[in-house]
Ligand binder design. Structure first.
Ligand code: ADP
Ligand code: MG
Length: 364
């Protein structure tokens, strides 16, 4: 019989890291979310060879202070959460303290960071595979942080080959996800550029620190897309149920749970908006996520008005942090919504009412 023994620390680190950073998309998502959590108003994402050579995310956020250099990339070290109960009121994208440590295990990883008071002198941080700080050096920098990920998955040959083989599909997902952050985040300048292996740099899109998601959509998808959209603004009211825990009851005096669904959707008239790209984006309190059942509910209603095309949907579900759980998968894209079945019933009813209203059915 084989002896049962613990897996060595290095292997455990690699096994876990591969679950946090599963593909190119997760790298981009984790880095952009860190920049947003750091209060950045400008985020510049630069790819070389569609990310196969390098991914660089530069922000003008708070920067990292010297006392955190040693711990910044250690597993489960985070400045955002200290106990499990904090999750219920979580305001940041990150909370697991796993992204940077995972990137150390899976790529050539470095950080340049600079506090406002130190500009134009920043510090470059380099790390060991384990996330331990290897060394620091002084370098010219402006306030903020630049994270560079090179040769992603080079030490996981199977995954690297898969990434190279599927780069076209993966690149589509990466630009899609960046478009989602760029559209939902108002007041932030997002810019995304790519440099081919031997080519010149091209900017894919750039937002201008707009005040509305409407203007962001114009910057990312173009004015033509916007012209086919109408505002989506629903307030769902869920009656309290007998078994509902106290914590799940919203603060409204009638005990009703209020959920707002805000964004933009294609006008449901056939012949209208045919140029609309087939894109559907869902957010929970501005956190991009996959919500297959919500998407299905939207499409079901839309189909009864326009069977020939599926809608462009940009929908942010605004609700109390007690009413959902983001800690379902390491990539945080799966979100459990409390009482989803009832919420979807209300959503469908309200959506029908919206589409039936004069303003939405008569072309303007
Ligand atoms: P998490 O985001 O869950 O805390 P990460 O591994 O993504 O875990 O990041 C670890 C810590 O590094 C963060 O808690 C934050 O303090 C710091 N950090 C990461 N990226 C940035 C950034 N762009 N600007 C400032 N601090 C950062
Ligand atoms: Mg993070």
């Amino acid at each position: 019989m084989a002896t049962i023994k613990p897996i060595d620390g290095r292997s455990v680190h690699q096994i876990q890291s591969g679950q946090v950073i599963v593909d190119l998309c997760s790298v981009v998502k984790e880095l952009v979310e860190n920049s947003l959590d750091a209060g950045a108003t400008s985020i510049d994402v630069r790819f070389k060879n569609q990310g196969l050579d390098s991914i660089e995310v530069q922000d003008n956020g708070d920067g990292i202070s010297p006392q955190n250099y040693e711990t910044v990339a250690l597993k489960h070290y985070t400045s955002k959460l200290s106990s499990y109960s904090d999750l219920e009121t979580l305001q940041t994208f990150g909370f697991r303290g796993e992204a940077l440590s995972s990137l150390c295990a899976l790529s050539k990883f470095s950080i340049i960071t600079c506090l406002a008071a130190d500009a134009p002198k920043g510090t470059k941080l380099e790390f060991e595979e384990s996330g331990k700080l290897k060394g620091t050096s002084t370098i010219a920098a402006q306030k903020g942080t630049t994270v560079t990920v090179e040769n992603l998955f080079n030490n996981l040959p199977v995954r690297r080959r898969e990434l190279e083989r599927n780069i076209k599909r993966e690149w589509g997902r990466v630009t899609g996800v960046l478009g989602q952050y760029a559209c939902i985040q108002t007041g932030i300048k997002f810019s995304v550029s790519q440099q081919a292996a031997k080519g010149k740099k091209t900017t894919l899109f750039a937002t201008k620190g707009n005040r509305t998601t409407r203007d962001n959509i114009v910057n990312v998808f173009g004015a033509k897309t916007l012209a086919a959209l109408v505002p989506l603004e629903l307030t769902l009211e869920l009656e309290p149920t007998a078994g509902q825990g106290r914590k799940l009851v919203s603060k409204g005096d009638d005990g009703k749970t209020q959920i707002r669904v805000v964004g933009h959707i294609s006008r449901p008239l056939s012949g209208e908006g045919r140029q609309t790209p087939d894109r559907q984006m869902f957010f929970v309190n501005a956190r991009p996520c996959g919500l297959p059942q919500v998407s299905r509910a939207f499409n079901e209603v839309y189909k009864t008005y326009n069977a020939s095309q599926s809608p462009f949907i940009f929908a942010n579900i605004e609700l109390d942090t007690h009413l959902y759980d983001v800690n379902v998968s390491p990539d945080k894209r799966t979100i459990l919504l409390h009482d989803q079945t009832r919420m979807l019933e209300n959503l469908k009813t309200d959506l029908i009412a919206l589409f039936e209203s004069q303003e939405y059915t008569v072309p303007v």
